[in-house]
Each structure stands twice: as C-alpha cells, then as structure tokens.
Design a protein around this ligand. Structure first.
Ligand code: KG4
Ligand code: ZN
Length: 353
C-alpha cells in the first residue's frame, strides 16, 4: 500500500510517499517561512500564493525521489482541516484533481490527527532521518503541540480516540512565536527562544500558570501577557510602553532570562497535564507531535518526569509535512475506512479532533 500525502494547511507545502504506514519513501517540504519572518507570523494570503507556486513541483519531486510512477501509487491523502482556508484550498483542490485524473481513492485527513502518525514511521532508506525502531502501541497518550494546536488525546486504537483537553486560546507554539517577537528574536519563535534560553536563568522571575476548569485544558494567552508585563517592568516602564520598543531596550542577558523563564513555564504547563493524564489512564506509550515536539526542553522535562520513555520522531517530521498525512492515509486504506468524494470534498478550516 503506497500513499501520496499532501499537506498545505499553513506555511509548508509538502508531499511524501509512504508504504504500509511504516516506511518513508520520500518527503519534500517547501516553506514560505522566510517570507513571513519579517511580519513575525504567518500571513495567510502570502502562504496561499506560495502554495500555488510550489505544490505541483513539490508533488513531482516527491514521486521522483521515491523512484515511482503514478501507476505504483495506490491512494492520495490530503489535509482538509484544520488550517488556513486559502492554504487548505490549494492542497485539497490539487488532491481532488489528481485523484480524478489518475483514478485513485482520496482520503481526507485531519491535520492534528496526522501529526500523531509521524511517530508510526519506523523505516526509511533516506539519509538524515532518525526514526524510532518500533511504532507506538495502544492505548497511546498523544501530546500534540504546534503553532496552531495544543491537544492531549488518548488513542485506544486507530480511529478510536478521545480528546482529553485542548487550549482555550493561543497554541503553545504561537506563544513561543509571540514571546520571540516581544524580545526581538526571529520567527519561528520555538527554535529561537529555545536557543536564547540556553544563556539565561530558568527562574529569573515568576510567571503564572493558568488554572483551568477542565483538568486537561490549556491557556497560553495570559502567560504571553505576563511575559510582556515582566519585560516592560525590566526596562523600567509600565504597560503603556509599546511592545515594539522592547527589543531595543532589553539587553542580551534580560532577553535570555525572559526566554529561559518563559520556556520553562510554557513547557511545564503542558508536561504537568501530560503527567496527570498518564497517571489517570496508564497508557502503554506516550508520544509527542507537532512543531513544539522538536523542543529539547520538552523532551528533557518529559524524560525527567514520565516513568516511561516518551516516543518521538525525527524533528524534521515533527513540523508540518506530507509524510504524517500519507502515513495516516495508509491506515485509512489498510483498515478499509471510507474514502472522500473527489468531486465534492470541501476544506474544514475549523476542524476539531
Ligand atoms: O507543527 P507546526 O510546523 O505547524 C503547525 O501545525 O502549527 O508547528 C510550528 C510551531 C511554531 O510555533 C514553532 O515556533 C514551533 O512549532 N517550533 C518549536 C521548535 N521548532 C518549531 N517550538 C519549540 N522548539 C522547537 N525546536
Ligand atoms: Zn501542524
């Protein structure tokens, strides 16, 4: 079973070929990240336009790298939500067209669920990928942390899961991106805050952790505002100081302390919930997925606090990519799940799990 996966929900245009839900044959990612960097976040119109330019070359390259032809591809899987409307449209319309032309079944994939499936890839002949030796086992606790999502999900089996909790406002990656902007570090904020944090004190000042009514839910908007207030105070101003003046007023040591303290608290927030869920549900495996799963601080805190080893994949497969979509697509096909109608499949920008 060979599936072509297509992903275009945010600023990455990606295509990949995956065999039997376990072997990565190829993955190509084109990102418009550099075009968004000057704005400190993704500009939807720019992202959509970049997808239009990139999508066909990216798909052709993925097929070429896998040394396959269309005849060898059994099905197409595409992200239809959640994500930016204009971005999703490009991937979905392309996948629909290809499914009709080449007469392949089309599977509509939930992006967030897809992130978890990056962890099921255990084989590849491609250089530079370090994959786990075995796929995760059910029941499986998944902590999905990205620029658009912060979710804790319990999978009893493939396609049988419960959403335990999610963010009420910003996603954790979004909080990293906004804090990076406050202290003048480049976008995306996760890697740049993580790097700066290495020079700072993790306990430089105190930051609040949001208390939520529902035990596994998150909130990051208060934390981001608390960081802004702390930064304004550090440079001797009150809340009326415009945030865009902060990067010029904070010295390097202050920036490092803010990065380190924010990162510790943001990561602790999700790790606290993951540990509670582990204790309640005693899953066989715990996986982390999404862009923030590449964070060394997250991996470190989980390793220190979880009684079992957390599973994660190569950082290149943590951020958005077509391989995770193709992998979940393989399970749709292998387990006989219904395919989508290529003539009518619509995007679902607000799709939840
Ligand atoms: O999964 P992803 O590529 O896109 C979404 O579906 O949102 O995640 C992107 C997010 C960004 O917010 C970025 O700052 C964060 O993942 N990120 C990281 C790291 N690499 C990317 N956060 C923390 N540490 C990293 N190394
Ligand atoms: Zn994502």
């Amino acid at each position: 079973m060979i599936v072509l996966g297509i992903e275009s929900s945010c600023d990455e245009t990606s295509a990949a070929l995956v065999k039997d839900g376990e072997e990565l044959l190829s993955v190509v990612v084109a990102t418009s990240m550099d075009l968004h960097a000057q704005y400190g976040g993704v500009v939807p119109e720019i992202a959509a336009r970049s997808h239009i330019e990139a999508i066909i070359p990216v798909i052709n390259e993925a097929i070429k790298q896998a040394q396959l032809t269309w005849a060898a591809i059994d099905a197409i899987a595409v992200t239809y939500g959640a994500g930016l409307g204009g971005s999703l449209l490009v991937g979905v319309l392309t996948a629909r067209t290809l499914a009709i032309i080449y007469k392949k079944p089309l599977y509509a994939i939930n992006h967030v669920e897809g992130h978890v499936y990056a962890n099921f890839l255990v084989k590849t002949a491609l250089p530079d990928f370090i994959l786990p030796k075995y796929p995760p086992k059910f029941p499986l606790l998944a902590l999905i942390v990205s620029g658009g999502h912060s979710q804790l999900v319990l999978f009893r089996d493939h396609f049988d899961y419960t959403l335990l909790g999610q963010t009420h406002d910003d996603a954790i990656g979004e909080a990293f991106d906004k804090v990076a902007k406050i202290i003048g570090l480049p976008y995306p904020g996760g890697p740049s805050v993580g790097k700066k944090a290495l020079e700072g004190n993790n306990y430089a000042f105190s930051l609040p952790k949001a208390r939520m009514q529902s035990k596994y839910d998150f909130s990051f908007s208060g934390l981001k505002t608390a960081v802004l207030r702390a930064a304004q105070e550090m440079v001797g101003h009150d809340y009326s100081l415009p945030s865009y003046e902060l990067p010029g007023l904070l010295n390097d040591a202050q920036k490092a302390d803010i990065a380190a303290t924010f990162q510790r608290v943001a990561i602790e927030t999700v790790v606290d919930k993951a540990i509670s869920a582990y204790n309640e549900f005693k899953p066989v495996n715990v996986v982390i997925a999404g862009g923030v799963a590449a964070s060394p601080e997250l991996r470190k805190q989980l390793a220190e606090r979880l009684p079992i080893a957390v599973k994660y994949t190569d950082p290149k497969l943590c951020t958005d990519n077509g391989a995770m979509i193709a992998t979940l697509g393989c399970y749709y096909a292998m387990l006989g799940r219904p395919s989508a109608d290529p003539y009518t499949l619509e995007i679902a920008p607000n799709l939840s799990m």
